[in-house]
Design a protein around this ligand. Sequence first.
Ligand SMILES: [Zn+2]
Length: 350
Amino acid sequence: MRRGFVLGALLTVGALSAAVAAYQQGAAAPKVVTVDKIKDNLFVLKGGGGNTAVFVGTNGVVVVDTKLAGWGQPILSKIKELTPKPVTTIINTHSHGDHTSGNVEFPATVEIVAHQNTKTNVEAWPPVYGLANAFPNVVKESGGKGVPKKTFKDKMTLGSGGDRIDLFYFGRGHTNGDAWVVFPALRVMHAGDMFASKSIPIMDSNAGGSGVEFAETLTKAFNTIKGVDTIITGHSATTMTMDDLKVFADFNRDFLNAVRDAKKAGKSVDDLPSDLPLFIARAGQDQLPGLNDSIDRLVLKALALNRPLTLVNYPAGAHAFDLLDDSPASRSIVRQVLDFLRTQLTRAGS
Ligand SMILES: [Zn+2]
């Protein structure tokens, strides 16, 4: 029981740090895009928001997700270093501003493809639930540019042969329009934020996300998608496998069941033990709208409740938990997180 509680606490901390990691790739200058080569004609571009996939086809380039505002041009510049072929298509895995804002910086000739609900969400641009400020509405600011034109409901195929791309929708989770993007010839998939990283799931109810359906949607994806060896996640620094997706789906089912059981037993968040340990890392220069405001509110709330709290503030930091932002300070913070987990797990085992 004790172990369960402490693990629960660690999971809570994990959720927070995952959320921080997921959203902390802010717009701090200069905008540096780094490249991971996955296959000869498939690359992952990192920096400034979600992971961007660049697929070089026979006649042009397909880009999956376009990062935060101001990162479309850096993506285009980096693609020029990789291939002389023009970008023909953008696919958005979902509507969030750290995956779609760069859309408006691409030439108007580029076709934008997404799930039909993602089109609706991009047009409405609701604030992400839980973030204090919304992503700047670049679509509105640019007079409606960047909205997906070509949409699908359950499945759609683009191109053929080696250029083929399959798009799937398996139900609600992170939002109500999460596309799973499969490159069959390469046995690679981009899973967007349905699989942002191996962490607590993040769902945005303002964009139709569902914690109740999350696990089911993951399981459907795992059972349906065949012939994939490599998964590009929404945010993690490295690629994953289908086995990782299975672990993530199973974890989410257990997580949902634990929450359901607790709810059935009449428990609420107020029943969490008052010695629940918290570890919070804050990057002072984070550019993501509202993130630090949310962290600050959480810290104040925890202090008001007199909860045990470790706060690490990194005034110059753009991404406290982001291993890509390698510096002595970020290394120290990562080390402190690991020490915190080690201490708490030792406590749990005793
Ligand atoms: Zn998202």
